[in-house]
Write a protein that binds this ligand. Structure first.
Ligand code: FE2
Length: 380
């Protein structure tokens, strides 16, 4: 009979393996139906195996050779996962200066909107759970220094919204409030990095919500993997009709006063077609990517700034353990925050919507980013 400590460690390892498998699965560009089927299989294994083990223990008094071997594998995996997560504290690509917002204000939309903030009663009930940050949006102001930012563009203001997941779980007033806050900051550009609309009825929200954005220059968007759940061409058309530019299919090279500013999109691996880059020399290139897994290719392409989302910061972050869910081929490495490799900077937002109505240690994020020259940030 294995000891209680061994059983608990094996159970934790089994759970950690299951979560890691699901996380990496959702970082792949395979067909949605495959992702759903394999996720269901992982869930069944996560629940089923402990049930089988408990039955085996109670009926035979031992786990048997196969389950015991798996138990050791799970314990080894638990140790490896814990060590790798611990090592991420010293990730050399984490931009320590930009990871500390210059200021954070909380937009308490539960207090401001009441019941209008949420849709179904179950979501409303969940939003009232103690400590649930579902409706407490962190408006984070941060300064990002870019090596090639022309001095004339100093203090360029960017509002970054990602992963709104408009599905009816949160009410339309929640999204109106976000847009109102963005407009109050008077950004030069607004960038939306995917997972915008998840359910077909919410396509009707596109015009009133996104059409109300008032960037000084322009707003650009890309789509994410959850946008595949609706009619994507229709969604693109509606977003364009709302005044936004589709960076996924239409990269733009600006003329004066932002001569050579290129805004492009990278929707891979879910939307594999890549639009041709605009002609002319790029003074500065901003790439909107849904998944931070595109960081490596952005570095190779010499992109200056990447904005991404997709991982929701983990949605639930435990002390010591860190982010729980993070659909990425890199595990939790790029769950949220700002990263720098060479001259390429990537900011990964935690998202302003949610897949499920729980957020702990990981409030929704609305990023208000001020771009400055790297020199001025270094000397500040
Ligand atoms: Fe998302």
């Amino acid at each position: 009979m294995p000891s209680t400590v061994w059983l608990v460690a094996a159970l934790l390892g089994h759970g950690a393996l299951g979560v890691e498998a699901v996380n990496r699965l959702h970082g792949l560009g395979i067909r949605r139906s495959w992702v759903d089927a394999l996720t269901a299989a992982c869930g069944a294994a996560m629940i089923g195996l402990p049930v089988v083990a408990a039955w085996q223990l109670l009926s035979a008094g031992s786990l048997g050779a196969a389950l015991e071997t798996y138990g050791w594998v799970a314990i080894a995996a638990l140790v490896l996962i814990a060590v790798s997560r611990g090592l991420l504290r010293w990730d050399p690509h984490r931009d320590s200066s930009a990871n500390r917002p210059t200021s954070v204000e909380t937009l308490d939309l539960a207090a401001a909107l009441g019941e209008a903030a949420t849709g179904p009663p179950l979501v409303r009930a969940a939003s009232r759970l103690p400590g649930n940050q579902l409706l407490r949006v962190a408006v984070e102001h941060r300064v990002i220094g870019l090596e090639r930012l022309p001095a004339a563009w100093q203090d360029l203001r960017i509002a970054h919204l990602t992963d709104l997941h408009m599905s009816g779980r949160l009410g339309i007033d929640y999204f109106h409030a976000l847009v109102k806050r963005v407009n109050a900051w008077e950004p030069d550009f607004v960038f939306l990095t995917g997972d915008l609309v998840e359910h077909t009825p919410q396509l009707e929200w596109v015009a009133p919500v996104f059409g109300a954005l008032r960037p000084r220059v322009a707003g650009h968007f890309i789509l994410g993997n959850h946008d595949e759940k609706v009619d994507c061409p229709a969604l693109r058309r509606q977003l364009v009709a709302a005044g936004l530019v589709d960076a996924g299919t239409t990269p733009v090279r600006y003329g004066p006063p932002y001569e050579g500013l290129v805004i492009c999109g990278d929707e891979r691996p879910w939307f594999p077609t890549v639009a041709s880059p605009p002609r002319g020399i790029a003074t500065l290139t901003v790439c909107l990517a849904h998944t931070p897994d595109r960081f490596g290719s952005a570095v190779a392409a010499g992109i200056d700034l990447v904005l991404a989302g997709h991982c929701h910061g983990g949605q639930v972050c435990f002390p010591l353990v860190g982010p729980l869910l993070c659909p990425s081929r890199h595990g939790v490495r790029y769950a949220a925050g700002t990263f720098r490799r060479g001259r390429t900077v990537m900011h990964v937002g935690r998202g302003t919507g949610s897949l499920f109505p729980l957020r702990y240690g990981c409030p929704p994020e609305l990023s208000l980013i001020t771009l400055r020259t790297e020199q001025s940030v270094a000397t500040a």
